[in-house]
Design a protein. Sequence first.
Length: 761
Amino acid sequence: MPSNNNLKLQDNPYLAHRHPTQRDTGSSRSKSLGVKEPLYGFLPRKVNGDQVRRALEHEINPFTEQPHSAQYKEILDARKKLPVYAQMDDFYKMFTNNQIIVVVGETGSGKTTQIPQFIVYSDLPHTKGKIIACTQLRRVAAVSVAKRVADEMDVELGRHVGYSIRFENMTEPGTTLLQYMTDGMLLSEVMNDPNLERYSAIILDEAHERSLATDILMVLLKASAKKRADLKIIVMSATLDALKFQKYFSVRSNEAVPLFKVHGRTFPIEIFYTQEPEPDYVEAAIRTVLMIHRAEAPGDVLLFLTEEEEIEDVCLKIKLEADDLIDQDPDAVGPLTCIPLYSSLPPQQQQRIFDPAPPPRTKGGPLGRKIVVSTNVAETSLTVDGIVYVVDPGFSKQKVYNPRIRVESQLISPISKASAQQRAGRAGRTGPGKCFRLYTEKDFKNELEEQTHPEILKSNLSTAVLTLVKIGVKDLVRFDWMDAPAPETLMRALELLNYLAALDDEGNLTPLGCIMAEFPLDPQLAKMLIVSPEFKCSNEVLTIAAMLSVPNVWLRPNNQRREADAAKALLTIPDGDHLTMLNVYNEYVNNQHDRNWALTHYLSARALAQADNVRKQLERTMERFEMELVSLSDPVKIYQNVRQALVCGFFMQVAHKEGEKGNYLTVKDNQVVALHPSCGMDTQPEWVIFNEFVLTTRPYIRTVTEVRPEWLLEYAPTYFDLSSFLDGETKRALQRVVNKKAGKSNRDTTKDTRARTRKQK
Ligand code: CDP
Ligand code: MG
């Protein structure tokens, strides 16, 4: 029967939906090969494991209609070994019969790479025009997994399989079937498409981490599922306590949605603790890695650290010490490569974690070892195969928010027991492993919290609240939160949005707020950009917004600090760091985006190129709202107007100088802070605006620019209403400005009246 094209079409609803030309090419090729179409007999949402396995073994790729490559077959063999692959039949049964499923499974069992593909074969997005989304918490994971899955499906990345992260969209509408994206991107899509009509299935991955955006998406998706019976939702988690999710998504209170459990294989892991607390975890980590390299059997090492700078520094030190070991005795230890992994790393370099360990230097010599030094991204988001040893100092960089003083910062904090267990688990993927915890067993038991707190309980919620109000959520307190945020945090967010005039006094979105929500920026940045055309400096403010949205552009290598600082001084504008950012970008453009120019000035060419890209994207959003791109020609006036626009966005982040010791007091919140050492201003002006509060050896404000108090009173009169200030030096200083202004205008009025009277005479 397959040779009869008409009959086959009727039998096969999948083909009946397809474009005529696609159908023709597909079937004629299959016919010439004498086999059935790869998806012959597939009914959307009614497929089973047998059908899919047959399709996977087929000569032809059903999506590109090209023969499968040799690499495809090789990868398919690897996929077959993943625990989740063996459970394909059960998965399809559960997926067919349920709208919402919770999936749990050990990291590395194949959840992120395989489940979305299973769903592609069930939902057949190319026939229905509705696609599949899988969220990731980290940009680096979204990119890396999309690349892997594109390879597995034998398609080009960015076409049938793509990714979407802030400021970078690698998808092709009409072609893309499966899209990996950060949870933040999906959340911003909800604003314009509340029921996510574009998608037939949404997979929320890494739900156990409870990121802010995923928590909000859970609430919204639960509601959408009630309205759209055809929308499937899969909540995936790497920890086994899934009951909370199962209960949350259940329609009736005593019922839970079904759980799909992936039976992962893990090998035993031996755990070692230190006898005494380590005073310096970085130094201890380096020592432990070298100890493993010298004394332990072959196998790669995964070391968890907290941030980019620390990771790069440690990689360098490990490499130097390992070279020393080899110099001392070339036969004693094998070669070692140290590979960093963190989110802002360029994609090609991220892929290096999958490279094999270096080969022995001589035939029969000691084996090489790969050391991956990573942030938390390797805890559950990315699996590095072949890890036998894990070194866990017990820290990660975590968000901390203090609503009272409105300060959100990233602090290096102890991890939870759940995290420590996940980290240890990375060592037992391919065989028995060892985990070296750089803290005592007593501290593990008594000091570490059981679970990491959901991000919603420790974040500034202003961006999230703006999104929710834009979607039309009226009552944030009675919103169906999985864990409700503190009322004070919600209040602070509403208050900030009200001061920024994004919300009116009743909490309704204003036209300004509506536009602010459309920018992929914090509300303060969005506001500053939206007002900038009024100050005739939107070109400049756009550049500053872009520069503030990318990683730090300044390079400061440990051994060239003096040279780097001198180079920076040449580009510094003494009135403020925001203006310096503007100047750096302009010089970069004047020098034709030249990488070498950037490098000789100790600037990161990659960060600058990113700023360029972000700027273009923000420019497109501005065009959508018909915001003018303008500049003034008078350079002095430009700087002044830019600073005024800054005030319109950041008037709640102002500090006033107290005394002569270089201390500043943040306005209203009264925190004693100092200018960060990276600050380029040559004086200590009385009033400054800052972009960031950082807590290291002491509280600092970073990225700082001088402002005038008159602007604060003029552009933010409600916030700077003096009756709302506590008595103190700041209030007195503002009062003097008010008095001076009043005196001046009184004199002006008197002068005016006199002139008029004289005229009348
Ligand atoms: O999501 P889960 O932790 O359950 O596993 P996964 O991310 O789907 O990874 C399954 C396997 O895919 C890993 O063990 C790797 O062998 C492979 N993989 C890869 O080679 N490259 C990637 N970028 C991601 C996964
Ligand atoms: Mg995963």
